[in-house]
Ligand binder design. Sequence first.
Ligand code: 13P
Length: 284
Amino acid sequence: MACVNMNGMLAAAKSEGYAVGAFNILDYNSMKAVIEAAEELHAPVIVQVSVKTISLWGYRALHCWYEELAGDSVVPVVLHLDHCKEPEIIGNCIAHGWTSVMIDASGFPFERNMELTKQVVEMARPRNVTVEAELGEIGGVEDDLSVAEEDAHLADVEKSVLFCRETNPDLFAPAIGTAHGLYKGTPRIAYDRLEQIASRVPMPIALHGGTGLQDDVFTKCIRLGCAKINISTQLKRQFIISFTDHHERNPGDFEPVRYISCQYEAMKSDVRQFIRLFGSEGKA
Ligand code: 13P
C-alpha cells in the first residue's frame, strides 16, 4: 500500500540528509504528473492540497484520485492538506482518509496557536494522520492567507522549543525568511535561526516558499534539517504557461487533450527536477 503518512519518509530523509518534495496539485492531471514523476525516479513524494483546491473538487474526489493513482504505486505517497486554520476542514480531511494535515494557526497569538495545534494533534494521531504546524509568519500569499512583507516574522528559537514540546506535531514549519509566491528580491534566509531551531526540536523541519529559491539555498537548508520542501507557485505557473504556449504555437488546435498533455509533461518535468535537486531520487 503506497498511501502513507509522512512519518517514515521524513524520518528517513532527515537521517540520510535529503528532502521529500511536497507539490501543491490543482486537479487530477497535476496529481498524476506529481505521482508519476516520483514513480519514474523511485522517490517518495507528498501530494499537497490547498483549501481553495478542496473547495473546487471536494474531499472525496481528491481522495479517490489519490487512491487510484497512489494505491498500487511502487513509491510511498502522502495526501497532505496544506495551510489550514480551520479544525473543521482538517477534521473532514481526516474523515475522508487523507493521510496528513497542516494546522496553520501562526496568525493567532502564541497561546491560541498552541491550543489549536494541540487540538489537531489529538484529533489526528489516533487516526494515524500526521500533523504539520507553523510558528512565526511566512510572508507572501498562499491560498486565501496573505501575509504582507512587513508582517512576516521569523520563528523565535525559545518559543519554537516550547511550542514543539507542548504540541508535539510530526513536522515543524518555522518561518525562517522564505516567502510564498514569487520573490521580488533575493530572499534573506535566516540559516542561523534554522540551525538553532533544528538542533533544539526533535521533529523534521518543513521549508515553505520553495519556488524561486536558488539550488544552493535548498542544499544548505536540507543540510541544516529541512526534510520536506514545499513547491506550489512553480506548478501553478507551468499549469498556465504550458497551456497558453501550446495555443500560441498552435492557434488552430482546439483538441483539449493535447493541451492537457502539454500541462502534464511540463509539470512532470519540473517535479522531476525538484526531486533530483532535493536528493530524494532512488530513495523509495
Ligand atoms: P511557493 O508557492 O513559493 O512554491 O510555496 C509553496 C508553499 O510553501 C506551500 O505551502
